[in-house]
Design a protein around this ligand. Sequence first.
Ligand SMILES: [Zn+2]
Length: 76
Amino acid sequence: MARLALLGLVIAVFILLVRVFFPAKKEKTADTKEMVQDPNCETYVPKAEAIERSVQGKNHYFCSQKCAEEFSRKNA
Ligand SMILES: [Zn+2]
């Protein structure tokens, strides 16, 4: 019985240590709230709502389809 209690204690300490060294990641929520700048009209838009388009091999984020088209036309 004492061994079982000791085993329980070891497991509890192990779980505690894992929680300390590997805290729950919050990257996903931070990612959706990240603001990106529209290079065409210089407006900041949330990354989740922005229109992503590759222009000259570089990824850009735009507030609207119109801005994306304008920018790629200017940088064609
Ligand atoms: Zn724009």
